[in-house]
Design a binder for this molecule. Sequence first.
Ligand SMILES: Cc1cc2nc3c(=O)[nH]c(=O)nc-3n(C[C@H](O)[C@H](O)[C@H](O)COP(=O)(O)OP(=O)(O)OC[C@H]3O[C@@H](n4cnc5c(N)ncnc54)[C@H](O)[C@@H]3O)c2cc1C
Length: 390
Amino acid sequence: MSFVESEERRELRKVVSELGKKYGYEWFNRQARSGGHTTELWLEAGKLGFLGVNLPEQYGGGGGGMGDLSIVLEELGAAGCPLLMLVVSPSICGTVISRFGTDEQKQTWLPGLADGTTIMAFAITEPDAGSNSHQITTTARRTDDGWSLTGRKVFISGLDVAKAVLVVGRTEALSADGGKTGKLKPALFIVPTDAPGVEFQQIEMDLISPDKQYALFLDDVHLPREALVGSEDAALMQLFAGLNPERIMASAFAIGIARHALAKATAYVKERQVWNAPIGAHQGLAHPLAQIKIELELARLMLQKAAALYDAGDDMGAGEAANMAKYAAGEVAVRATDQAVQSLGGNGMTVEYGVASLVAAARATRIAPVSREMILNFVAQHSLGLPKSY
Ligand SMILES: Cc1cc2nc3c(=O)[nH]c(=O)nc-3n(C[C@H](O)[C@H](O)[C@H](O)COP(=O)(O)OP(=O)(O)OC[C@H]3O[C@@H](n4cnc5c(N)ncnc54)[C@H](O)[C@@H]3O)c2cc1C
């Protein structure tokens, strides 16, 4: 077991960080506040090979793993540019298609996901099912030449910039003789965002972010047979394979924000003097920042463990570590942004210093893509073997 990052990964951190700093939080925040997008940075990162670093080389990717892609998101976030669609497009969608897609699906989608010219959103959350994804009702019925998909999703990120969305729906299970059983089981479909019957409406969020969330309506959307990703019978396993990368990347997103907030707070308290000494000399400010530094390093270690397990092919082991990393990263992001505001006093609430605007983004990492409570449920049941209350 090595705790030393490889030379290649250290180099990746360095070059991604340089790109992130070239744009920086001021630019990112300006895009967010003006309703703009981060396309310029996204495409440059794609051209440099950063977005597809985890995807197979034969489809234009870098041939690396989630450990590499999480470095890309963490470093961009630490530089003030947390690109939310990195959690979704190359990680969940890219992973599911590269692991379970047909050759044709790989050819069609992976090169664009890798170079950033194609963005794919991911839709699992439904208004009535919420955290209980076993209750989703979006349903795909077989037609003569494919599928008809109907349902409703909420809080789907990035539909405005996405060419397609990977939708988690259900199909009717067939019996051994091919008859209908009436039982529904999960299935994954690639749905073009401009397909007839697809509509989406922006949800006004109290978040300052260039990435928007949408309600998605699927009304009898006709899809060809090839829209189904992977096997109908193994969809749950395929879905979980995509959710581990999602949690690993959500951790990297949160850790990036936490690092950015901590760096801003630390720089400020070293300079600011109100009692003839830098305010960072007071333990009332120094200790919370030191605690955050410790919690950040711990969360990052768990993220690296989760990514290492996932990249080694241990989906089950990665599941526990990815949930724990996501929990720890969300908690430290919330504490780091709150303490950054506190450390800057009045300046913490100004647009100029740009720390208060990080609070809601950090707060969202406790809720999405899986809430703090659902992670605690997972650990209680799977790691401790406790019974379920629901
Ligand atoms: C910024 C943002 C981006 C998002 N992007 C996407 C996206 O791209 N695609 C997508 O599919 N979804 C997305 N989501 C949705 C997100 O995954 C859900 O909001 C999240 O899973 C929680 O579901 P919910 O909002 O329905 O909350 P609910 O399920 O209604 O839960 C509300 C509260 O109750 C708690 N709770 C529920 N059940 C239990 C239980 N059994 N035990 C203890 N506590 C419980 C929850 O933890 C939560 O605190 C996004 C959300 C946000 C905020």
